[in-house]
Structure formats: structure tokens, C-alpha cells
Design a protein around this ligand. Sequence first.
Ligand code: NAI
Ligand code: UGA
Length: 436
Amino acid sequence: MNVSVIGTGYVGATTSAALAELGHQVIGVDVDQKKVGMLNAGRLPFYEEGLETLMQALLKKGALAFTTDLARAVTGSDILFLTVGTPSQADGSANLRDLEQAVRQIGRALNGHKIIVSKSTVPVGTGERVKAWLQEEVTKRGLSIPFDVVSNPEFLREGKALHDALHPERIVIGCESDKARAMMTKLYQGMQTDFCYTTVRDAEMIKYASNSFLATKISFMNELARLCEQTDTSISKVAHGMGLDSRIGSQFLRAGIGYGGSCFPKDVEALLHLARENGVPLRLLDAVATVNREQSGWFLQKVRTALGTLSGKQIALLGLTFKPGTDDIREAPALKLIPVLLAAGAQITAYDPKGMEAVGRLHPKVRCAKDAYAALDGADAALLLTEWPEFLKLDFARVIGSMRKALFFDGRNALDGAKMRSYGFTYDGVGERGTA
Ligand SMILES: NC(=O)C1=CN([C@@H]2O[C@H](COP(=O)(O)OP(=O)(O)OC[C@H]3O[C@@H](n4cnc5c(N)ncnc54)[C@H](O)[C@@H]3O)[C@@H](O)[C@H]2O)C=CC1
Ligand SMILES: O=C(O)[C@H]1O[C@H](OP(=O)(O)OP(=O)(O)OC[C@H]2O[C@@H](n3ccc(=O)[nH]c3=O)[C@H](O)[C@@H]2O)[C@H](O)[C@@H](O)[C@@H]1O
């Protein structure tokens, strides 16, 4: 099938490659000329393991191309995916400006029946708005062209994007016509997974509910971790014991410095906004967001208490991205900690394998080190904020000799506390006091 993917960011670039790999002819469209130039040259504008190599092969094969010419992409395609950003506005609602712009452009170029599919995360009811925008643009041209609007939310994780796009655990298809259902099913033919067919509105809600539920698991564990610290219990051991129950499941029970990224914080806020709009307060989810907002401050308070003061102290940050395997720093906990540390008079040295350039641009006062050892050299305290595998393999006997004070705060419970203590560190995990 001929497919266009509009918006070639993390989701769009991955979706383009995955659909081309599945055997379709794909055109990725973006308004950003520079991004399109890079993509056509086989260079990915962000880091995602394996994606660049696959993209290069697909470009060479002619199965994939990128353009800024949306109208041309529309006329040559049967299915059009919307993968533009839907960031948070001040009131928590999703900003649909880019989506509306892309949809109206599609409407101006529509030349026959197409399926317009939202993969962007959008509030319940957006499908109907998309339909209305398209209809308006088509009517303005004095035409009557049939189209279908589908919701096909994306569940990929950054750092594992390609794997998730090629091997999804489920494909949710929200559609209102047999034709759309048949075409979407044909598009994904060959993917061995569960298909969930729903209305457009249900599909839109499934996406927000899924992200919000995962965020709830994390905040539940983060709050419980605070109690573990007061009761001499270990959150990791508690999580392990809980996770053995298949009704609970072992994933997303890792306590830490709070969830970040471009989606959990924004999608929780968007669902809360939708709830307020509909007069149905989601009290539990409200608490999930509150716990998450507090978590990095709670973590930093432990550092402040241990050091007496942050003023004049050298703090080493290990990890800046919101999770390992990506260069994405959107809503990364490090970005919450850095301004507070700087305002308190601390000096920061940081190391991250992929996130230093972006953080360096935002915070020129943060000294970016050439590696983890250089970041830790002379530090009064080390704060592990992202569990990059290379941090787990550091030579800690060397590290302890180079730090001014052997204080190690593990914001991800990524290291073995007992081992760290055996090196001589005063090691503090999240919810692990006394037991790690
Ligand atoms: N990043 C992730 O891991 C996931 C994101 N999502 C959702 O997918 C959507 C996209 O997210 P990301 O890929 O992270 O965003 P992004 O910000 O990385 O990419 C969006 C792209 O859309 C382009 N764009 C904006 N307006 C356009 C227009 N009118 N025409 C063509 N291109 C246009 C931008 O230039 C940019 O390259 C969001 O709704 C997000 O919530 C869903 C699942 C996973
Ligand atoms: O809508 C989205 O954008 C995506 O959001 C998340 O994916 P992602 O944000 O890439 O990363 P996750 O692995 O879910 O981690 C999100 C945050 O939660 C944190 N986390 C995760 C798991 C855990 O147990 N504890 C925890 O603190 C991570 O460190 C990270 O900051 C979802 O997992 C995807 O299914 C979804 O498609």
C-alpha cells in the first residue's frame, strides 16, 4: 500500500521505517526542511538504536523517502498517518495546533478516498474534530470527497522504538466503517499480535488510560518507597515480591526519581484536563501527578541533608536523559534538579552518553565531562539519574578514590547497594535505606 506519515519525529520516523519494512511504500513528511534533508541522507535527527541502519537500507531499496511536500504525498497515498506532536498547554490540555494544520493541508490536497489515521496521542473527541476540519477544507473546494478517520494509537517506548513498532503487543484500531477496518487490517497483515477494534473515541481513551495507568504504578511505588525508608524495608524487594503475582505484574514497579519523557507527564495532565472538562474529577490520577512532581524534590532533600548544604558543593550527575537508550531530555528529572542545585550554589559536573549536547545548550553552567570518571572526579556527591548500562560497569574502587566525599545517591536503584557499601560508599537508593 502507499502510505504517508506526517511528522517525522520519534514516532513518525519509526513508523515510516516499520511500515516500509512491512512491505509498504512510505513517504515521511515534515515541515522541517533540515530534518527532511538529514533523513533523506540516511541520518536520523535523534538517537534510537537500530533505526538509522534500517532506514538507510529502506531508502536504498526505494521503499522509503522523505519530503516537505505534503500535497504530493497526499495525492499518492491510500493511508495518511498523523504523527505530529501534541504537547501540553498551560492548562494541561493537548495542543492540537500542528495536528489541525496538517489535517487542513490534507483536506486541501485530498484527491479521492483516503484513510486519515491519528497515531498522535489526542484527546477523546479529536477524531470528530479531524473529520470536521477535513470536511470544511473539502467543501471550500466545492467538492465532495469521501474519507475515513481512524484512531490507531502508538504504544512504542523510546530506546526500544524499532522493536516495539515491529513487534507491538497489540494494535488498537478505532474506526467507524468496514472499509477502514479492512484497509487497516490489510496494512498490518503479517504482524502477529492482538488486534483490538473499537470506536475512534474508545481508541483515543485507551491510549490515555494506558499511559496514565503505567504512571500510576510508578507513583504508587515512589510514594511507597518513602514509607519503606521509614520502616526499614526495601522497595526493590517489595516490588519483586509483588510482581510475582501475575495479576500485579512485575513491570513498571521500579521506584526512582519520578517518571519523565515527552508522554507520561503530558498525557496524565491531558487526561486530568479532560476529566475536569467533563466534571468527573480523577482524584487518584491527580495524586499520581502530585507524587511525581514531588519526587525529585524529595530525592534532593536527602542529598541536602547528607551534605548539610548544597552551597559550594560539587555534585556529579550521572545521566541526563529521561531514560537510557535515548537522547531525549523532554521532562527529564535531571532538568528539574539542575536549576534547584544551581540556585542553591552547587557546581554541577555531568556526564551522559547521549544527552549532554541538549542539556549543555539549556544550562551552560553545567560542566559536561568527557566520561563518568571525569564527572565524578572531586565530587562531594554522585547522583545517578539515568540507568545507562555503562554506569553499572564503572570501576567503583577507582571512583571512590577520586571523589572528595564518598556519597552516592542512586535515583534509579540501579546499583547493588551492599556492593557499593563494601567499596566504602555511603550509598542511598530510593526506598532502600538500611536494607540494600
Ligand atoms: N515519543 C514517543 O515515544 C511517543 C509519542 N507518541 C505521540 O506521538 C506524537 C508525536 O510524538 P513525537 O514523535 O515524540 O513528536 P516529535 O516532536 O518528535 O515529532 C513531531 C514532528 O512533527 C513535525 N510537524 C509539526 N507540524 C507538522 C505539519 N503540519 N506537517 C508535517 N510535520 C509536522 C515536527 O516538525 C516534528 O518533526 C505525540 O502525540 C506523542 O504523544 C506516542 C507514543 C510514543
Ligand atoms: O506514549 C508514549 O510516548 C510512550 O510512553 C511510554 O514510553 P517512554 O516514555 O518512551 O518510556 P518508559 O519506558 O515508559 O518510561 C517512562 C518514564 O517512566 C520511568 N519509569 C519507568 C518504569 C518504572 O518502573 N519506573 C520508572 O520510573 C522511566 O524512567 C521514564 O522516565 C510508554 O511506556 C509507551 O508505551 C508509550 O507509547
